[in-house]
Design a protein around this ligand. Structure first.
Ligand SMILES: Nc1ncnc2c1ncn2[C@@H]1O[C@H](COP(=O)(O)OP(=O)(O)OP(=O)(O)O)[C@@H](O)[C@H]1O
Length: 313
């Protein structure tokens, strides 16, 4: 559905926002695009939508170049932008139905789909409230509905869960999954790695415009299977214990002390934690596998260190 090969975008002024980027997204697939602020995610989406011209490389949207065929790109792509949709003077229902009609949906079908989306995201009670009286989260969910009321074959969502409460976020992820199950290709830009883990088929991690890693969430987590996390809850008022030499450097957040542990040190880790609990140093402990978020943070910090080393060299 989308084929990107060796894509580079250099903005006027010399910022290299995408650097030799290659990826593919198939029908029925949700691709999660992760990366720090300024990694080049929005730039990639803008080029796919035909809004920004690539400096070099290949971009094919259902077999055609979106920059050479912008009307075609607009028909094939549905986009929810990162910026909030202007809703002054219109209600969510009006805004969603107008978008559905603009995208060529039949009146009856658009009405039904709008009502179904509002109900599925549990925002029907705001359906007829003017936009200026809506909270940021409801506006964000309305923008999502506007993007998917008559979805194109490729749906691109730029941080769709910003400002949205946890319960409605889950409802939104279900809608994203349904889009893919109905045959859409979906690109999901998010900073919420833990949530992405549950709803994407594949992940691309961008770093300074380049692909840092790609794979299914399980494949990326496998890179860290050699590691577990030992989580100690410290007794109030007590400092963290000195980690044994087989544990990695610990991070302290409040009373939570988190240590990376190699899987072959599971037994001594549990024995150590039990001793700490018996001595009253900690109140409880847990040992769990590394999450995709741990892998993501590890990848990006390794890249930062490599960048710093390159600068020093
Ligand atoms: N129109 C533009 N002109 C010049 N530079 C730009 C332009 N748009 C983006 N950039 C720069 O290109 C780089 C990539 O920006 P982009 O918005 O694609 O990143 P992003 O990954 O979407 O970031 P965020 O997560 O903060 O939204 C940044 O350094 C940004 O400042």
């Amino acid at each position: 559905m989308l084929h990107v090969a060796y894509l580079t975008k250099i903005y006027r002024g010399g910022v290299r926002a995408n650097d030799d980027l290659s990826l593919d997204v198939g029908e029925g697939e949700v691709l999660g695009l992760l990366g720090h602020n300024g990694a080049g995610k929005t730039t990639l989406l803008s080029q796919v939508a035909g809004l920004v011209r690539p400096t070099s490389g290949t971009l094919l949207l259902a077999g055609r170049d979106p920059v050479a065929h912008p009307a075609y790109a607009r028909q094939v792509c549905s986009v929810q932008l990162q910026s909030q949709a202007p809703l002054t003077g219109v209600s969510p229902r009006q805004a969603i139905e107008v978008l559905g009609r603009i995208r060529g949906g039949a009146r009856q079908h658009v009405r039904q789909r709008t009502a179904a989306l509002l109900a599925a995201l549990d925002i029907a009670e705001w359906a007829d409230v003017p936009g200026e009286r809506l909270s940021g989260g409801i506006r964000r969910l309305t923008a999502f509905c506007m993007a998917v009321v008559e979805p194109g074959r490729l749906v691109m969502l730029d941080e769709p869960t910003n400002d949205v409460d946890p319960v409605r976020r889950r409802l939104l992820w279900q809608q994203v999954r349904d889009l893919a199950d109905n045959g859409c290709a979906v690109i999901l830009v998010t900073h919420n790695v833990a949530e992405a883990e549950r709803s994407v088929d594949r992940v691309v991690v961008l770093d300074h415009g380049r692909t840092l890693a790609t794979g299914t969430p399980a494949e990326l987590r496998d890179r860290a299977t050699a590691e577990l996390r030992l989580e100690l809850t410290l007794t109030p008022g007590l400092p963290p214990p000195e980690p044994p030499d087989w544990a990695g450097a610990g991070t302290l957040t409040g009373r939570r002390f988190l240590l990376p542990i190699a899987t072959d040190h599971t037994e001594p880790a549990v024995a150590w934690a039990l001793r700490l609990r018996a001595a009253g140093t900690i109140t409880q402990f847990a040992l769990h596998p590394a999450s995709l978020e741990d892998v993501y943070v590890g990848l990006t910090s390794a890249s930062e260190e490599a960048g710093d080393a390159a600068l020093v060299a």
